[in-house]
Design a protein around this ligand. Structure first.
Ligand SMILES: C[S@@+](CC[C@H](N)C(=O)[O-])C[C@H]1O[C@@H](n2cnc3c(N)ncnc32)[C@H](O)[C@@H]1O
Length: 279
């Protein structure tokens, strides 16, 4: 729809969005005007956004690492701070890829829309073997839309659906698991609390239960010298690093105050492979 002829004057849209509590009402109005194909669609989009639906669910996509990622209703909206984790994942995958002619093996566990895996794939091109997995069927469907047909997207609980052939071979294990403590889920903004699935947010009593489960099995899947990366809050980071250490990984914490992001990285000791083909 031409932005020059909106059926609703732009100023009215801004006023409506602002009244609904949208902090970036001007930017959002512009995005809705350019996304709507018809005047009726624009009116519907403005109404949905004013009612609280996340902007990304209204337009059907989110910008992430310079990519346009499709985000279906109910599916977790990739957060900009996760670009920090992805930056580390790309650097580690590049190192692994440079060290091995076959390219790096990357797994995006708890993939949601598949945004993290898509960004790593965009950065490394064909030099990775990428797998993604999520327990939520809606997320799996969405990830399949965002990831190339060559990427295997698996449905199931954590590692359960991954092919056994990946054991001992994963160079970079991205696990942006849910990490909100159960008692704090109710304090999240309505966009998350109402429109995203609880399974995408709730990390158990201290927010670290899913990370504990991911870490416990990580040494079985990581290649020697391979890395597990997980986002946490700043407060959780010391405890999360302890979980990685107790899981047999060498932990480190990276943070960015600019992006309000904290990532824990656990590295498996370089050494002998645990499984060998044919053994
Ligand atoms: C915080 S969201 C992150 C999604 C995506 N990685 C991103 O960064 O946008 C967590 C995701 O973990 C998935 N999840 C939660 N528990 C899971 C489990 N036990 N096994 C697999 N996926 C799980 C949720 O469905 C959700 O998509």
């Amino acid at each position: 729809m031409p932005a020059s002829q909106p059926p609703l004057p732009r100023s009215d849209i801004v006023t409506r969005l602002r009244a609904a509590g949208c902090v970036f009402a001007e930017d959002e109005a512009q995005l809705l005007i350019s996304a709507a194909r018809t005047p009726a669609e624009l009116a519907a989009m403005v109404a949905q956004r004013a009612a609280g639906l996340p902007l990304e669910h209204v337009v059907g996509w989110a910008e992430f690492c310079g990519l346009r990622i499709a985000v279906d209703r109910q599916v977790f909206v990739p957060r900009r701070r996760t670009e920090f984790l992805v930056g580390h994942a790309i650097a580690l995958a590049r190192q692994a890829s440079a060290a091995c002619a076959e390219g790096a093996v990357v797994v995006d566990l708890c993939c949601g829309s598949g945004a993290a895996g898509a960004a790593v794939a965009a950065a490394l091109g064909e030099r990775i073997e990428l797998h993604a997995a999520d327990i939520d069927p809606a997320a799996v469907r969405c990830a399949r839309r965002n990831l190339a047909a060559s990427v295997q997207v698996h449905e199931g609980d954590l590692y359960d659906p991954l092919p056994a052939a990946l054991r001992d071979r994963v160079d970079v294990l991205i696990a942006n698991v849910p990490y909100v403590p159960t008692g704090e889920v109710g304090l999240l903004p309505p966009e998350a609390r109402i429109y995203e699935q609880r399974v995408a947010l709730d990390g158990g009593a201290d927010g670290l239960d899913v990370l504990r489960r991911v870490t416990a099995a990580a040494p079985l899947w990581l290649a020697p010298g391979g890395h597990l990366l997980a986002e946490t809050s700043e407060q959780q980071a010391p405890q999360a690093a302890g979980i990685l250490a107790r899981g047999g990984l060498i932990p480190r914490v990276a943070s960015s105050s600019e992006m309000n992001a904290t990532v824990v990285i656990g590295t498996r000791q370089a050494g002998c492979r645990r499984f060998r083909a044919g053994s």
